[in-house]
Design a protein around this ligand. Sequence first.
Ligand SMILES: Nc1ncnc2c1ncn2[C@@H]1O[C@H](COP(=O)(O)OP(=O)(O)OP(=O)(O)O)[C@@H](O)[C@H]1O
Ligand SMILES: [Mg+2]
Length: 349
Amino acid sequence: MEYSLQADHLTKLFDGQLPAVNDITLTVKPGEFLTLLGPSGSGKTTMLRLLAGFERPTSGRIQIGPRIVADDSRFVPPERRKVGMVFQDYALFPHVDVAGNIAFGLRGSRAESERRVKQLLSLVGLSQFAGRMPHELSGGQQQRVALARALAPEPDILLLDEPFSNLDTGLRAQVRTHVRDILHETETTAIFVTHDQEEALSLSDEIAVIHDGRLLQVATPHVIYNRPINSQVAHFIGEANFLPGIANGYTADCLLGEVKLYLPRTGDVELMIRPEALAVNVDDGGTSATVRWREFHGHFQRLGLALANGTGLIARTGVAPYIRRGDQVTVTMALPALAYDPANDDTLS
Ligand SMILES: Nc1ncnc2c1ncn2[C@@H]1O[C@H](COP(=O)(O)OP(=O)(O)OP(=O)(O)O)[C@@H](O)[C@H]1O
Ligand SMILES: [Mg+2]
């Protein structure tokens, strides 16, 4: 069964501090995978702990499927919420074997429980490891046991708090695609916390960007990357160049000459230009620049450019033409830019 999750004006104040979670309203649709993305201390773990029932909200409401689990008058404790949680440190029981860890939250008959454990072991690809102790497993295998344990009681919602942070890059990529496939297969509604933007952009159905306990934007990865709602989100997600400009409708004047805009603006603006929106040429017209550095990435190159007045830009282009450090090049815009109004809280809409 797929459940939605709804938080309304959710706020959590710890004694004598600024709100850790500040008036967050957020919906996760049934079966959807939402990522909470934000810097350290922005309130991600607190948000998950509120949803799981490990913290009481100061104010606001939480609804899981048709059921209100927290509001001014109600508080359903964690064990009755049907919410599974995978913690950053896995938290496996060290003196219990893999099967015992997975069976931990299961009620019902022994036979039923054994069947479910078998099913989960196969789902996470660890059928051969039922009798192993946690210390006899690799980090990635422990991670999958933690996931199996959280999924075993068939939670309505699964919460994952930086579950891949202890894994090295290769294993991390492998385990995260595995987890994504398992969540799709079991049609589980999930909220995932990460610091890692690339992970967020590649895995999620939706991304919620939070900062200082506040929700800045929630949208698909595509929209978050291409239409960040303000320059704060744009700074936080992906790489970007920022240039001052003067807008006049769908164009703006800036150091790169007249550039096209996605949305019309007038007056002073801050232009946000993704590195792949810059075209770098060796002979065509455009704004002159010097190549300060070049990074080769196989299927693309990153270039550090300096305009005549010293302004730095980062460009990401295909590997042709061949460009070296010190080359003189010209820069044009291959895609329109986004323009933020600096006087209006940098807000896009
Ligand atoms: N039990 C607590 N008592 C007091 N303050 C707390 C408590 N838990 C968290 N905080 C504070 O709330 C804020 C948000 O913390 P939280 O753990 O939610 O951040 P986070 O986004 O998960 O950060 P990280 O990425 O570092 O894990 C921080 O300022 C933190 O110090
Ligand atoms: Mg945290």
